[in-house]
Structure formats: structure tokens, C-alpha cells
Design a binder for this molecule. Structure first.
Ligand code: SAM
Ligand code: SF4
Length: 462
């Protein structure tokens, strides 16, 4: 009998990928994804610990779920299994079990391949199942091949974890040591995705460009080589990768931007700050000028490359002069889009112990100033497309009937009135309007230059 599975996902794209794979692992047990938690047979909260208030959000969500769980039991409708997954589970597993004993399963990011056993255990016995180990085996060796369709644009995890230990970041503690999947495994997963209708693959990793793995020829590949091999897959029209670290941006990967047409001209390359003093305190192990030089090389290889980044303001000890260096770096580089955050002390990280924490008001005013600059750059970048024609891969339905939504090569969201048969195809769109976070345009011609998408239907993939 079919059972209802609801997964709520917070945080990064890796969590989105993990949630999809959890659904794949549970599918053989009869679980089918649903859109609402009410009445579900299993609810998983896949959590993020990167910034503050994450655990409060989880506990308040758990309070609501407890009521739904009780209501389901009282109605004689069976048991709702409540599970907490992801980085909050990894970091605060024991506290969750103690504070919310009605939670049935708590598991970290490295153990979800064992979900069938955890569900069986939780069904048999009272009390919570806690599994926050870093197992010796890799979950990727145990995940099922038969995965549900991931849509026209899909994520594919190639690398996980981190050994870089930036002093502000929890990832090395919650995701564990850096680990790369093999090239063989990645190519096989990519071929399965393309056969199921995927046209764009976004390679994922906390440090994706640190990826290195054995290819089928027995040699060790880097990410540049992997991109070239993926580009050979018939029907795979677009390749992206995220998130990169400046220290791992090697020449072969930079050359791939010049040489592989399927590799999209967009790169998310976080720098975090523009002051060398702060970069050193963050343990980034590169200077602002190292970053500028990498950007110069990338732009020499791919002049139209659109850049994105991450920034943290208000790191402990950051002075006005340090912050001015961040603004200067942003001005020098010019971003198409970016993410910026107030520094948030994370328990267990070295920077959280510094005595030079900055007041909230300082962080807020610096964030406002930085965002003003970044927003102006984004607006100017988008405005430059008005009147131009760009190829858009339609991968979602728009808000209004008759509207499709997709991405330009530069990762901008683009919407247009378009016939449903253009869904899943790359279509030339003339841009008529630039908005803060998107572009709007008109279909130039109903002729499309990509192949139709096999068995997928619009309804099944949006
Ligand atoms: N590995 C990537 C890198 O090194 O750039 C980033 C991974 S992290 C999941 C995503 C972003 O969250 C970081 O780039 C950083 O800007 C932000 N972040 C991480 N820890 C933070 C903290 N303690 N406070 C504020 N922002 C943080
Ligand atoms: Fe976190 Fe990225 Fe630094 Fe690793 S490199 S510790 S994931 S910010």
C-alpha cells in the first residue's frame, strides 16, 4: 500500500539533492512524496545549521508536527513517523531526542542510505532512533540506481564534506571530511538522469572544485576532466557546478570554461571578505589579490563569465577599514548576483570564541551597505540584457497560466508566455524587461534547438 512521505528541506542545494535521494531510498518501502505534512505517514525535516536560529525553527516546526501526529493517531489513521535529518540533526541530535521525545528518528547527512533499517527499528520499538555516525562506508555506494525523475534541471552530488576549516563554518563538523565520488559512479548517474529527461546538470559539492576521482581509464581526474567527459553525454545540454573554493580553481578547470560549450558561463566563487587580515583570520588561505588574479584568468578564458559570490560581514574584529576593502573588492570584480550574510557565531567553531564579536547594529549597517552595492550591480547586469536574445532552458511553469520559467546561461530566471510544448527545451527569448531578480521576454521563434524530453510530462516535473 502506498504511504505518504513529506520532506521539508532547509538550506543549501546539497540538502535539496539529499532530500530527493531520501525519497528514492524510501520508495521501495511504498513511500510516495506528498505536498503537505498533514496526514502523512512519515515526515522528514531536512535541516541546515549554517546560520543561527536553525534549531529554533526546527523545534517550532516539531511542535506543529506533534499535534498532527497526535491527531492522526486519535483518528485511528495510523502512526506518523517524524524524523529530523541534516546538519542540525548531526550537531544537536542528542538534544533533539531529549527535548522532543516524540521524534522517532534523528539522522545525519551521511547515514540516510540506512533509512529502511531506521524506519523498521522505529516501527518496532518505542523511543527515538539516533544515527549521527560518520560510517566507514560511503552512502553513495548504497543508494538505489532507480531514482525518481529529477526534472529538466537536476543536481548531482559529486563531492561532499570539507577539510578547509574556515574558522566561521560548521560544515567540516556536520558533513565530515572531504570525500569525492568516483568518476565512474558520477557518469553513470548523469546518464540515468539524462535518460529520464534531464537536460541540465548542476554538479554539487561543499567544495566542488576540490573534486578528484578515478575515471574509467584508471587515471585520477579533476573537475575539468569530469566536465569534459560529461559533455560527451548525448542529450546533456548544460553543465554547471557549485560551490567552488578559490584555492581549488585550477588551470584545467579554467580552460574547460573556454573549451566546453556545454559548461555554462556562470560561476559561484565565494570570497567572503576583501581584507587580507580578515581572510587570514577566517583561515581562507588566500588573499584578496589572489582572488582578483583568479577572476582575471577566468575572464581571459571566458570573457562573458557571470560571477556570483558569498560574503560575510561583521566577522569578529572586522574594522571599518576592513569592511571598506570588501566594498572595494566587490567594485573591482563586478558581480552578476551574490549572497551576503551577517556573521553568525556557530557553536564549536573557533571564530565563535573570539572576544572581538561585533554589535548587531554594526553588522546590520554593513550588510545594508554591501547589499546596496551588490543589488545595483545585479540590476545593471540584468538591464544589459534588455533588447538581447538569450537561450533559455524552460524547466518550470510560471506563476500565471501560459507562462514558462527557465534559466539563461548566466543563471538568471527568465519568464515568458510560451506554449507548453517548449517545456524542457532551450528556446531563444528576446528580453523585454529586467526586474530585481529575474528577466521577462518573448519567444523569438517556436523553433527549438534541443531534443524533446523523452517520457516526461510538464505535470510530472514541475
Ligand atoms: N564551501 C563554500 C565556500 O567555501 O565558499 C561555502 C559553503 S557554506 C555552506 C555557504 C556560505 O554560508 C558560505 O560561503 C558563507 O558565506 C556562509 N556562512 C557559513 N558560515 C557562516 C557563518 N557562521 N555566518 C555567516 N555566514 C556563514
Ligand atoms: Fe565551510 Fe566552505 Fe570553508 Fe569548507 S571551505 S569550511 S565549507 S566555508
Amino acid at each position: 500500500m502506498s504511504k505518504k512521505l513529506f520532506i521539508k528541506t532547509w538550506g543549501c542545494q546539497m540538502n535539496v539533492y539529499d532530500s530527493a535521494r531520501m525519497a528514492d531510498v524510501l520508495a521501495p518501502l511504498g513511500y510516495r512524496p506528498v505536498e503537505e505534512p498533514d496526514g502523512a505517514d512519515m515526515v522528514i525535516l531536512n535541516t541546515c545549521h549554517i546560520r543561527e536560529k536553525a534549531s529554533e525553527k526546527v523545534f517550532s516546526e516539531l511542535g506543529r508536527l506533534r499535534q498532527m501526529k497526535d491527531a492522526k493517531a486519535q483518528a485511528g489513521d495510523g502512526r506518523m513517523i517524524v524524523a529530523v535529518a541534516g546538519c542540525v540533526a548531526q550537531a544537536e541530535g542528542e538534544e533533539i531526542v531529549a527535548r522532543a521525545p516524540y521524534v522517532d528518528i534523528v539522522f545525519g547527512p551521511q547515514t540516510y542510505h540506512t533509512l529502511p533499517e531506521m524506519v523498521a527499528k522505529a516501527t518496532r520499538a518505542a523511543g527515538s532512533v539516533l544515527n549521527t555516525d560518520f560510517p566507514a562506508e560511503s552512502k553513495f555506494d548504497y543508494l538505489p540506481d532507480e531514482a525518481g525523475s529529477q526534472g529538466v534541471a537536476a543536481f548531482l552530488a559529486v563531492q561532499e564534506g570539507c577539510d578547509k576549516f574556515c574558522t566561521f563554518c560548521v560544515v567540516p563538523y556536520t558533513r565530515g571530511a572531504e570525500f569525492s565520488r568516483t568518476g565512474v559512479q558520477i557518469l553513470a548517474e548523469a546518464r540515468r538522469l539524462v535518460a529520464a529527461g534531464t537536460r541540465e546538470i548542476n554538479l554539487l559539492g561543499q567544495n566542488v572544485n576540490a573534486w578528484h576521482g578515478d575515471g574509467p581509464d584508471g587515471t585520477t581526474w579533476g573537475l575539468g576532466r569530469l566536465v569534459r567527459e560529461l559533455a560527451e553525454i548525448d542529450g546533456l545540454e548544460r553543465i554547471r557546478y557549485t560551490t567552488s573554493h578559490p584555492r581549488d580553481m585550477d588551470d584545467d578547470l579554467i580552460r574547460a570554461h573556454a573549451e566546453v560549450p556545454q559548461l555554462m558561463p556562470y560561476l559561484h566563487l565565494p570570497v567572503q571578505a576583501g581584507s587580507d587580515r580578515i581572510l587570514a583570520a577566517m583561515n581562507r588561505k588566500h588573499t584578496a589579490d589572489d582572488y582578483r588574479r583568479i577572476i582575471d584568468k577566468l575572464r581571459a578564458a571566458k570573457p562573458d563569465l557571470a560571477l556570483s559570490g558569498d560574503f560575510i560581514v561583521g566577522f569578529p574584529g572586522e574594522s571599518d577599514a576592513d569592511f571598506a576593502e570588501t566594498l572595494r573588492l566587490v567594485t573591482d570584480v563586478g558581480y552578476a548576483q551574490a549572497y551576503s550574510f551577517k556573521y553568525s557565531p556557530r557553536p564549536g567553531t573557533p571564530a565563535a570564541l573570539e572576544h572581538t564579536q561585533l554589535p548587531e547594529e554594526v553588522k546590520e549597517s554593513r550588510l545594508a551597505a554591501l547589499q546596496q552595492l551588490l543589488n545595483a550591480q545585479q540590476q545593471a547586469f540584468n538591464q544589459g540584457f534588455v533588447g538581447k536574445t538569450v537561450p533559455v532552458l524552460f524547466d518550470r511553469k510560471g506563476k500565471r497560466d501560459g507562462q514558462l520559467l527557465g534559466r539563461s546561461p548566466y543563471m538568471q530566471s527568465v519568464y515568458a508566455e510560451a506554449n507548453e510544448r517548449l517545456f524542457g527545451r532551450i528556446v531563444e527569448i528576446r528580453i523585454d524587461g529586467a526586474h530585481p531578480n529575474s528577466l521577462s521576454g518573448t519567444v523569438v521563434t517556436d523553433e527549438y534547438h534541443s531534443s524533446p524530453i523523452g517520457t516526461q510530462t510538464l505535470e510530472a516535473t514541475v
